[in-house]
Design a protein around this ligand. Sequence first.
Ligand code: DCP
Ligand code: MG
Length: 359
Amino acid sequence: MPERRKIIHIDMDAFYAAVEQRDNADLRGKPIAVGWSGPRSVVATASYEARRFGVHSALPSVTAARKCPELIFVPPRFEVYRAVSRQLRQIFAAYTPLIEPLSLDEAYLDVSEDLRGLGSATRTAEAIRAEIRRETGLTASAGVSYNKFLAKLASDARKPDGLFVITPAMGPELVADLPVGKVHGIGPATTARLNRLGIHTGGDLRAAPLALLVREFGKAGQFYHQIAQGIDERPVQPDRARKSIGAENTFAADLYSQDAALQALQPILAKLWRHCQGGGVSGRTLTLKVKYADFQQITRSHTAPRPLASAGEMEQVMGLLLAPLFPSAKGIRLLGLTLSSLDGEGDEAGPGGQLELAL
Ligand code: DCP
Ligand code: MG
């Protein structure tokens, strides 16, 4: 039995929207959506005032405006969000070197070692939340637990501006009641497949034979089996320079035609491009990942002489990678795109792409 870890998951509340309301008093207390209002746009995030109307991330802007006629659309300011994100990382670093950022507003911290002598992980989380509020004028929610999966679940439990602790005694019972779709990493397609097998909750998942899960889901099945018991041995991966960024989607129904695949890749490409813009990152290598209905997985890559400078350039490369895979006898269940050979953020990383962390 490995030593028990203490993990904090920090997640900012309505991040982009909170930053906009902080910087513009006219927007405070009002329903706002960060994003453009155009017909092809989606909401990046919504203020809590707007969420009451059912406005949320990824909702088409047109739908959002219909649900909430008073909704104010605010264009994103990624440089400002990045600057806040850097402030956050600096705050975290004062508490532990073991920081794993998940996005601009989210990170896991391993605080098994009480480096600041604060007495407990819960007190450490409270100290971090207070410092974030003081330094940035924004609120964060925190989850505290003995692994990453439960810490992330906990940070969501008391949002906004909340803290929740899941102790080892609480873990298994909490997981048993959890709908499987709420497990981080189990998306809508996997949820539907689990449901078809009669697995709806963590409890059902726990009762399912490991052999069945592995047969149905491969390596992921093993992970689900562990998670169902509240076990998650994944360590916090300290702040490495990112070597790639990627996005992928599993489809509810398998895809057979090139047209369908191209269409299904559009939102994935859009997401990847948004991540590039959000992170100030560009890259030269685009990799297409295809998982077929029988779980066979292939990748196809192309490296351009210069960084891909627009969504359009990326789309061209994507089309070149996709075309030779058709016609295809097998259905496609998942498509993904990854960008690597990165510029920008990764520059400090040196030859191996790994940033050496002074401990
Ligand atoms: N984001 C985005 N598109 C999405 C999801 C998120 O552009 N589909 C951006 C906007 C969010 C930020 O990432 O502000 C952080 O995402 P979160 O999922 O943490 O959402 P919020 O911080 O906005 O709200 P919450 O209080 O639920 O964490
Ligand atoms: Mg957040």
